[in-house]
Design a protein around this ligand. Sequence first.
Ligand SMILES: *[C@@H]1O[C@H](CO)[C@@H](O)[C@H](O)[C@H]1NC(C)=O
Ligand SMILES: *[C@@H]1O[C@H](CO)[C@@H](O)[C@H](O)[C@H]1NC(C)=O
Ligand SMILES: *[C@@H]1O[C@H](CO)[C@@H](O)[C@H](O)[C@H]1NC(C)=O
Length: 733
Amino acid sequence: MKTEILSALFVLVCLNVFSPLHCEPKGPIPEGNLLVLTVATKETDGFKRFMRSARHFNYTVKVLGRGEKWTGGDYMSAPGGGQKVRLLKSALDSIKEEDKIILFVDSYDVIFSSGPKELLKKFQQTKHKVLFSSETLIWPDRHLEDKYPHVREGKRFLGAGGFIGYAPNLKEMVSDWSGKDDDSDQLFFTKIYINPEKRKSINITLDSKCRLFQNLDGALDEVVLKFENGRVRARNVLYDTLPVIVHGNGPTKLQINYLGNYIPKVWTFETGCSVCNEDLRPLSGLKESEYPGVVIGIFIEQPTPFLTVFFERLFHLKYPKNRLKLFIYNQEPHHDKHVHAFLQNHEAEYQAVKMIGPDEGVDHITSRNIGFDMCRDDPDCEYFFSMEADVVLKNEDALKILIELNKPFIAPMMSKPGRLWSNFWGALSADGYYARSEDYVDIVQGRRVGIWNVPYVSQIYLLRADILRNELKAPDLFQSATLDPDMAFCSRVRDQGVFMFVTNMHTYGRILYTENYQTDHLHNDLWQIFDNPVDWEERYIHPNYSQIMKGNIVETPCPDVYWFPVFSQVACDHLVEEMENYGKWSGGGNVDTRIQGGYENVPTIDIHMNQVNFDKEWHKFLLEYIAPVTEKMFPGYYTKAQFDLAFVVRYKPDEQPSLKPHHDASTFTVNIALNQVGIDFQGGGCRFLRYDCSIQAPRKGWALMHPGRLTHYHEGLPTTGGVRYIAVSFVDP
Ligand SMILES: *[C@@H]1O[C@H](CO)[C@@H](O)[C@H](O)[C@H]1NC(C)=O
Ligand SMILES: *[C@@H]1O[C@H](CO)[C@@H](O)[C@H](O)[C@H]1NC(C)=O
Ligand SMILES: *[C@@H]1O[C@H](CO)[C@@H](O)[C@H](O)[C@H]1NC(C)=O
């Protein structure tokens, strides 16, 4: 109450004694006197960011030009902005209060980093009626340099992207405006400022040391983030000031985007992400038929490991399939059969499927456009979900989660296991390539969790269809003379002012290594134990294997014979099929040119791992998955899992049904059953003579591990029907 009465008094005094343009109240300016004016013809992501920061500090904002067509020129390159002066001028006409203070700022690339109180206090301290932001670089007419007043310290040139002043003074300042919408606002204000009479009569000065306004152009080295007590500001280290308003003018959009991931309180060390749950679009409670229509674009552009698993995951994505349409682009003949197998089983469950195969001669840039068009041209399509075949989307809720986050463009963060390689870049180098942002490692490793506005994403993202139909409607989004298609695309997205968000609030999955993938085998994924060990394990190791070390699931069917699950069903099938596909089974005679000495005392019908070039991978498997069990069961014995002989044996009634009693040429032997008794074959099993103990119901995927010599003299029991396969390794011969 008191301050209101006081300020009313000041107004009276001013009106009576001074001309209104030079009225000077002595107390603090009441916050209620401040009005923020900005021009925004569209509600871009940048505008929303601006408004959020304004709301955070309770600024009163009036938006001019909403819905109007922007005719003020291309803000990225040419001067323009006359439209802003026109709109300001007419807005000022309706403001009658002499003590009204107007802050006029851009919005798409502006963030408030502090509140009205600090702003007004700093303004008052300048003892001027109009205060412009300052710039390092002179723009747009550098010939005017000499006319600029000198400053002892700080920046000398005027920036039109932000100024504050008393309404009457601003009215006087724009009263002469008669320019066109695409004339330069900055030039207009510059000419007023460099005119000594006008500068004096309107009482204009510059915020040379960025106490209120920080323009980033030409000043990137001056600005750092300052984290303090649950809030974040920008700090100008050159002048040691804390600007209230940060403006990514000119070519500094990436930097303002970076700062905007933190300022004013988007992410802090104390609170983490405080905006991540704003503006959600909840899907829960919707009927299936009410789910947004999504086109999923799948791009297979190189031989890719675990593609069948990719399609299994796609199938298990939690989303009503009758709201999904698939666009599948496959450039690899090798994967034809995988795509067709998937479609054969599931095509009918999806709302629609469009497939482009390797024979159709469609290059991958064109394929992306066709995919986008499938969504653009479909009134029912609300989102395009783009996925490359090398993404491992583990999170079945991913699509729902991303839609609920309700952003025009959002990517789930994924990385290569154990690496810093991910599907986003935190920064760009000057020529548009990868650069590491200060927070990149923390984001990839999950120490900073949130939704991040970044300059580049690839591999997987969700794009809102209205963006595809408007901002991104150009047919050449992926085309560029200098950039690769993904980089070209991201640069278009950025230029359209669409923010590319990446989120690491959930774990979504990972990205495969595809570089060394060879396709000369039947089941090439078996060879992926080195390049993609996590995927290899998920696919090929028994789901209960991990319990071996924790629990007591290892059985002892005979003395010192240990029995435990190690291979998945798929691993068994793939190994058998691979061997049958190779087909060069040994004859089962004593003469064997494959082994040292050329003589096999106890021959079997078999194929050695090295015959299919699987010995290195097999060794890795023994080392990773068998050696730990050996060391647990035979304490004190350490093994490097060396072997001369590792092979798959085939037992058949009319070929070789059994094996006579023998010792193995090993310290210990691992014998893995590759198929199922009672289903794939009858009979079979293994008998240890010394203990007169047999294992007659071998379990598919389970390994027997026993000493090779001396105590464990054993025989292979006859297979009486079907075909039985086992994988045998003589370890530490
Ligand atoms: C903004 O206003 C609300 C309610 O009027 C108040 O609770 C909040 O503290 C204010 N915030 C600031 C930063 O002043
Ligand atoms: C601006 O106005 C203040 C008083 O309000 C005065 O002290 C100052 O000299 C003026 N500056 C100019 C450049 O006219
Ligand atoms: C894993 O073990 C549980 C019991 O511990 C069993 O119910 C389940 O069938 C096992 N899984 C497989 C694939 O064998």
